[in-house]
Design a protein around this ligand. Structure first.
Ligand code: NAD
Ligand code: 89Y
Length: 337
């Protein structure tokens, strides 16, 4: 399978490493408006075809899928170019800046009969997968409560300076992953209420968000903070507490998974550090390999990916619902958005 990648920035380096690790995939072309980044990635990964303009890359063709690794404002035009060119698409999160754009991308891929998957990778982290497997196997009975918690003081702004500049920050950038994890465990959401705070005076958006979600038969709390200085620093771990009718599951700091059912079992579910990974990012980096492998498997077999564009509309609706709830001080139904 031949691929092309657009956006050779901070995170795309992980994606390029992961593509290199996947059997049967060859990235044959790269695109970035920034000549320096384009040249650096082309050199590092030995990719000869480079383009400053995505339209030129699609016109030249010669690839089966495109990996869109740019930030959200460019996703709609790039996805439309890809569907016009008749290639499959994997696109970074946040999928879109608003629901109408996201729906337009899903419709375009549907009309072109091409796979459109969102690179929503946090649920693919191996500690999260271990916990999901346990809950889905019935180890704690029927879950009725979840807490999905990401609290850190890690400086994400040095690698991703744009995160300090937008009117929206933690829900759109990071909370989106944790909301998706909540959906993976407890299903879709009928009601959302949220509060937001900005603690760091040097950024524009909110860096703390606390969200209460109603699922079918369960309630959850999704709490996110980039203003939490604590020891141990847990970036980029998502901590879990799930209560079920027959027991409880905890994923604690240091990737310690405790399942208390008929007996209590404690496991170390630390993710491996891949050859190209750096701690503490290794957890995220391993999930990049896992989600990209899932994309390849789905395209090859014609299956719909777990985090397809259509599925991701539900996660994006939670993001919009959280901002609306926080702004208006009321409970919001994501289905009405
Ligand atoms: P970045 O700004 O470092 O890189 C984006 C690159 O895209 C830049 O080099 C820019 O020149 C290029 N670009 C933008 N529009 C373009 C266009 N139309 N044509 C060609 N090139 C274009 O950003 P980043 O930090 O790498 O983030 C990219 C995306 O990845 C964001 O949406 C971010 O939220 C996401 N991200 C995801 C994870 C994750 O775990 N899934 C982690 C970090 C970042
Ligand atoms: O951009 C974010 C993401 O998707 O995962 C972590 C991150 O890099 C900073 O919050």
């Amino acid at each position: 399978m031949k691929g092309a990648l657009i956006g050779c920035g901070f995170f795309a380096q992980n994606q390029l490493h992961a593509w290199r690790d996947i059997d049967g995939v060859d990235i044959v072309a790269l695109c970035d408006q920034n000549a320096e980044r384009l040249g650096q990635s082309a050199g590092d990964f030995g990719i000869e075809r480079t383009y400053a303009d995505a339209a030129d890359m699609f016109a030249a063709g010669g690839f089966d899928f495109v990996d869109i690794a740019t930030t959200a404002p460019s996703h709609l035009p790039l996805v439309k170019m890809a569907t016009d060119a008749g290639v499959h698409i994997i696109c970074q999160k946040p999928f879109a800046q608003n629901l109408p754009d996201a729906r337009a991308m899903v419709a375009a891929a549907h009309s072109a009969n091409k796979t459109l998957m969102v690179h929503e990778n946090f649920r693919w982290q191996s500690p999260i997968q271990a916990a999901l497997k346990a809950v889905k196997s019935g180890a704690i009975g029927d879950p009725f409560f979840g807490r999905f918690s990401f609290r850190s003081g890690y400086d994400v702004f040095s690698g991703q300076p744009y995160l300090a500049e937008g009117a929206r920050f933690i829900i759109e950038d990071l909370g989106i992953h944790i909301l998706d994890i909540a959906r993976a465990f407890l299903g879709d959401v009928s009601q959302m209420s949220a509060t937001t705070q900005r603690v760091n005076p040097n950024i524009k958006g909110e860096d703390v968000a606390t969200m209460l979600l109603t699922h079918h038969g369960a309630t959850s709390v999704v709490d996110c903070s980039y203003a939490t200085r604590r020891s141990p620093e847990t970036f980029p771990q998502t901590l879990l507490e799930i209560d079920g009718t027959d027991g409880t599951l905890r994923l604690d700091a240091g990737y310690k998974l405790t399942i208390s059912g008929a007996q209590t079992v404690v496991r170390d579910v630390s993710p491996p550090v891949l050859s190209w990974a750096q701690t503490p990012w290794h957890n995220i980096q391993e999930s990049v390999l896992a989600i990209q492998q899932h994309f390849v498997d789905c395209v090859a077999s014609g299956r719909t990916p777990q985090t397809s564009g259509a599925d991701n509309l539900q996660t994006l609706a939670l993001v919009e619902a959280a901002y609306l709830s926080a702004a208006e001080g009321r409970t919001v139904s994501p289905r009405a958005l």
